[in-house]
Structure formats: structure tokens, C-alpha cells
Design a protein around this ligand. Structure first.
Ligand code: PMM
Length: 268
């Protein structure tokens, strides 16, 4: 493996009524807590709480609405023992979530959506920051899926973003990069990035990857529905773990935890 640290499993807790992959099943507070407890029992390392849907074509919700969805969940799950990540592009939500116990900010826009995000992270050097490759809002992002060499361009854009974030005051130690599978990318772009993930790892930052239940897997599997795409997601986790990826963002937890254990034993 490229890294001695074991790959981390980040379990997805989408607190949205319209999340494509879980049909909004985790929208009520009680349900969200029950799902978080189940993920902890299955060995999750990080729980990623998100209140705003990013599915292709989706529109934004207000900051008040986002706060009302995610903050009560963070408060309710912070005693469970998992690291809490807040999936948001808004600085004010990140700040509120950190105050309630989040220790990772997962920003799909890598700081491009809200220029105040950098200040929140630079004043919380103990908080990690996931900066994802992003080319604009979900409502029309697929029109930006145009690349000559997707791996080179994503790597260069991530490198430029990391440079800008560090220039603006975020410590390199806080940064985790993510190629943004499915965000302004076609299926072939996603596969090309996964085949060449080591070229993203060469940037020198920990790398997180999220493929769980995404559309390109449905295409590969002849139209499989989101909840029928988990085995394919686990297959990718196995390969990414072998390559020493820092973390995988996923809906199902236990199969990924088990796959990572297998890889650890095979390559120890
Ligand atoms: N994908 C989604 C949402 N947030 N965050 C990171 N860092 N990486 C991703 O790939 C990512 C993300 C969309 O998937 P979902 O709607 O199933 O959560």
C-alpha cells in the first residue's frame, strides 16, 4: 500500500428529503440518530452529515433550512464516538457545526462557493478540511464535464485550489483532497480518475473518494437502482484501499470496513 495508515470509512448521513441514493429515508431526527448508531456499530470512522442535496440538477436550499436540518443531528450524534464531518459549502453552517462538535468540514466546492469558508478553517486549525474538485453548482454542472485529459486537469485544478487555500491561511495539515466523482464528470471521466487515482495522490495530500451508489455504477451494471450498487462500490473501495487511499465516502458501512480489513491483511 502507498500509505501505512488504514483507509477510513466515512458513512453518509444525508438529512435531506430528496437525496437520490437513500430516498430521504434519514430525514427525521430519530431516524438519523438510529442510522448513525447503526453505522457506529458497523465500525464507521467518520459520519458525514449533509443537509443539502447535490444530485445533478438539484437547486439550493436556504442557510436557515440547512442549519435546521443538520445542527440538531450533530448535537444528537456527537456522543456516539465517531468523528463528525459536516458536508456543507456554507461558512456559517461550517462554523455552527464546528461549535457543536464537527471536526471535519467536507466542502464539495473546495471553498469556491463561499469565500468566508477559508476564514472559518484558518481560525480552527484543529479541524480538517476536505476540498473537492468542483466546477460549479449542481443544477448545471454536467455542462462543464469537458476535458481533454481529465486526470491531468482535475489534478491541476485541485493543486491550484490547495495552493490558494494554503495561501489564504489554511494549514496544509488540515487539507484533504477529493477528485469529485460524478461532479461535472461523465461516467468515462469517473472511471479514468479511479484508474489513475495515484496521480491525484501524488499531490501529497490525503485523498477521499466518494463513489457510493453513484449513477456511473448503475450504468455499468445495466441500469441497477441506487440500492443495488453497493457491491460495485465495495469493489472500488478494495482497490482504493490497496492504493492507500485516505478515506472512502459511502452509504453502506460494514462491507467497506470488511474490505479494508482484508486488504490490510493481504498486504501487511
Ligand atoms: N458526493 C456527494 C456529496 N458529497 N462529498 C465529497 N467529499 N465527495 C463526494 O464524492 C461527495 C460529497 C453526492 O453523493 P450523495 O448525494 O450520495 O451524498
Amino acid at each position: 500500500m502507498a500509505d501505512t495508515q488504514e483507509t477510513l470509512v466515512m458513512g453518509i448521513l444525508n438529512v435531506t428529503p430528496d437525496s437520490f441514493a437513500d430516498g430521504g429515508r434519514h430525514f427525521s431526527l430519530n431516524d438519523a440518530v438510529a442510522r448513525a448508531e447503526a453505522m457506529v456499530a458497523e465500525g464507521v470512522n467518520i459520519i458525514d452529515v449533509g443537509g443539502e442535496s447535490t444530485r445533478p440538477g438539484s437547486s439550493r436550499i436556504s442557510a436557515d433550512e440547512e442549519s435546521a436540518r443538520v445542527i440538531p443531528v450533530i448535537e444528537a450524534i456527537k456522543e456516539l464516538g465517531a468523528t463528525i464531518s459536516i458536508d456543507t459549502t456554507r461558512a456559517e453552517i461550517a462554523k455552527e457545526a464546528i461549535a457543536k462538535g464537527a471536526s471535519i468540514v467536507n466542502d464539495i466546492s473546495g471553498g469556491l462557493q463561499d469565500s468566508a469558508m477559508v476564514k472559518v478553517l484558518s481560525s480552527h486549525p484543529e479541524v480538517q478540511y476536505i476540498a473537492m474538485h468542483w466546477r460549479g453548482e449542481s443544477k448545471d454542472m454536467q455542462s462543464r464535464a469537458i476535458y481533454k485529459d481529465v486526470v491531468r486537469e482535475v489534478r491541476e485544478e485541485l493543486e491550484a485550489r490547495a495552493f490558494a487555500l494554503v495561501e489564504a491561511g489554511i494549514s496544509p495539515d488540515q487539507l484533504i483532497l477529493d477528485p469529485g466523482i460524478g461532479f461535472a464528470k461523465t461516467s468515462e471521466h469517473n472511471w479514468e480518475l479511479l484508474r489513475n487515482i495515484d496521480r491525484i495522490q501524488l499531490l501529497g495530500y490525503p485523498v477521499l473518494v466518494g463513489v457510493s451508489r453513484k449513477r456511473f455504477l448503475g450504468e455499468l451494471l445495466g441500469g441497477a437502482e441506487p440500492d443495488q450498487r453497493d457491491d460495485a462500490s465495495v469493489a472500488i473501495t478494495t482497490e482504493l484501499a490497496r492504493k492507500g487511499i485516505w478515506g472512502v465516502r459511502t452509504h453502506s458501512v460494514k462491507p467497506h470496513v470488511d474490505a479494508i480489513k482484508v486488504v490490510k491483511e493481504l498486504y501487511r
